[in-house]
Design a protein around this ligand. Structure first.
Ligand code: BG6
Length: 489
């Protein structure tokens, strides 16, 4: 594949180049983009960290990261091109004077400076101040950051304020890696390029919508981080709410960043608050106990390495969400996400309304509703569940549930499905802000989440246990059963 259009080359500076995010995700994504010829010829990648390393040692370390985390063989020719872009700078991020070194390296005349903050947020302030003091930034410079952007509204405002003291909003690229996933982007195409979904996408035809992001993994050695965070903040505040906004928003006037951000914010503003008054009927918190994943025994949350054994942090959350606007009045959205569930599965299921009258009682006492199932991962694709007549010359017409199945890998055999990071790192280098989050979106999402968190805190109810390898606590089944509905299993 050849990249036809050219963009201005970048000086991509990775702060925290020796850290986990850089090694596991960024360098791997950048190499994959190199492999697909998507990186501009003159773009350079500058690793910044506090350890003393020669350029050659950084290159070696990048190679080792690829060996460990790339799900493919390293191609010698691609590696030669890629490694030639890499260099390293030792900067102690807390020492303002050390940022001056960047002036000798960054070439503002020919390249755009893209500053990737791959470090914990407590360092953001020093980086911003150091960059400001060095005088290296121009109005074209960009900064990229990703979650956690705070753990509540107040702390997220603090981070955004620090960043805003040096970068204006148009220069800031906030990543939610779900927005780089092919299937999340396809939601725009599905909804706004197909007339069958434009006229049927509201309370007249849709009964309810389910969004599931189930993970098999536990907390993967991150007990410290996760225990202070919990699944509501780790997955729902960002990834699931983002999917929800794509599903629920009004048609944007075009694909420009502002148009899309505006529509998403309207959805976030219309989310009915979950408060002390309704938190018990609208939310379920769970925590996994020991169980089995694919036949292997796994420990419970409280037995994980480094666990605080009386932790009440949730590893599972299910919510009933109502959107108070014209389109979605009376259509509940059920969201659930959890660690150590039966399978890795992220999907959206749109349940259409049942027909008012059934003339096929021989087949179904009640006609099952049509369903649109959007598989975000794995096995990306779209299915529509509908009823068809079973061929034959029987006296009675017999119906069967059948699926119209569009699997991405079968349908687009020649297209490679890029990962979320690859897409987003590329878009940040290209300067296309559409797939990134605006400050207002993040703060609106936190406002809504804080209300749930406060209500939980008030009641102090312990999370409901569920054995690892199941679909979460029984209470999550009851959440839908109360409304006469069931989770798609
Ligand atoms: C991250 C969370 O943002 O997303 C992790 O911090 C989670 O806890 C991960 O496991 C899931 O991402 P994906 O792309 O594997 O669904």
């Amino acid at each position: 594949m050849k990249n036809e259009k050219t963009f201005k080359p970048c000086d991509l500076v990775i702060y925290g180049a020796l850290g986990d995010l850089s090694k596991r995700k960024l360098l791997i994504s950048l190499y994959s983009l190199e492999n697909a010829n998507f990186i501009e010829t003159d773009t350079r990648i500058i690793g910044v960290d506090r350890h003393d390393l020669k350029d050659s040692e950084f290159v070696e370390l990048a190679y080792k990261s690829l060996q460990e985390f790339l799900n493919d063989d390293i191609d010698d020719a691609v590696w030669a091109r890629f490694s030639a872009r890499l260099s390293y700078l030792k900067i102690d991020l807390t020492q303002m004077d050390q940022y001056r070194q960047l002036n000798a390296v960054i070439d503002q005349k020919h390249r755009i400076m893209v500053n990737y903050f791959a470090v914990a947020p407590f360092l953001f302030k020093s980086i911003c101040q150091g960059l400001a003091k060095s005088g290296v930034l121009t109005e074209n410079s960009r900064m990229v950051m990703e979650k956690p952007i705070g753990h509540d509204l107040k702390s997220s405002k603090e981070i955004n304020d620090v960043v805003a003291s040096v970068f204006n909003e148009k220069q800031v690229y906030r990543i939610d890696h779900y927005l780089g996933k092919e299937t999340v982007l396809n939601l725009l195409a599905l909804r706004f390029a197909n007339s069958i979904f434009t006229t049927n996408w509201n309370h007249n035809t849709i009964d309810h919508i389910q969004i599931t992001a189930a993970e098999e993994v536990g907390i993967e050695g991150r007990f410290d981080y996760f225990d202070k965070t919990g699944q509501l903040r780790d997955m729902l505040q960002n990834h699931l709410l983002q999917i929800l906004t794509f599903i629920a928003m009004e048609p944007p006037v075009n694909l420009e960043a502002d148009s899309i951000h505006n529509e998403k914010i309207k959805v976030l503003k219309a989310l009915r608050p979950i408060t002390l008054a309704n938190v018990e009927e609208k939310t379920v918190r769970g925590q996994y106990s020991a169980g089995y994943i694919k036949g292997s025994a796994v420990p419970g949350y409280l037995e994980e390495d480094g666990a605080n054994t009386d932790s009440a942090t949730e590893s599972f959350v299910a919510l009933r969400v109502d959107i108070d606007n014209w389109r979605w009045a009376g259509v509940p959205f059920y969201l659930r996400t959890g660690k150590r569930l039966t399978a890795k599965r992220t999907e959206i299921v749109v349940y259409f309304k049942q027909l008012p009258h059934n003339i096929f009682k021989d087949s179904f006492r009640e006609l099952p509703p049509n369903k649109l199932i959007i598989h975000l991962q794995p096995n990306e694709g779209v299915e529509i569940e509908m009823l068809n007549k079973i061929p034959g010359i029987d006296e009675h017409i017999k119906l069967k549930k059948t699926k119209l199945d569009l699997s991405f890998s079968d349908t687009f055999k020649k297209s490679r499905i890029f990962g979320g990071y690859e897409k987003l790192v590329l878009e940040a280098m290209r300067g296309n802000p559409t797939l990134f989050l605006s400050r207002e979106e993040i703060e609106q999402a936190w406002t809504w989440i804080d209300s749930i968190q406060n209500a939980w805190h008030y009641y102090q109810d312990a999370p409901k246990p569920y054995p690892a390898g199941t679909w979460g606590p029984v209470a999550s089944v009851a959440l839908l059963a109360r409304d006469g509905r069931a989770w798609e299993e």
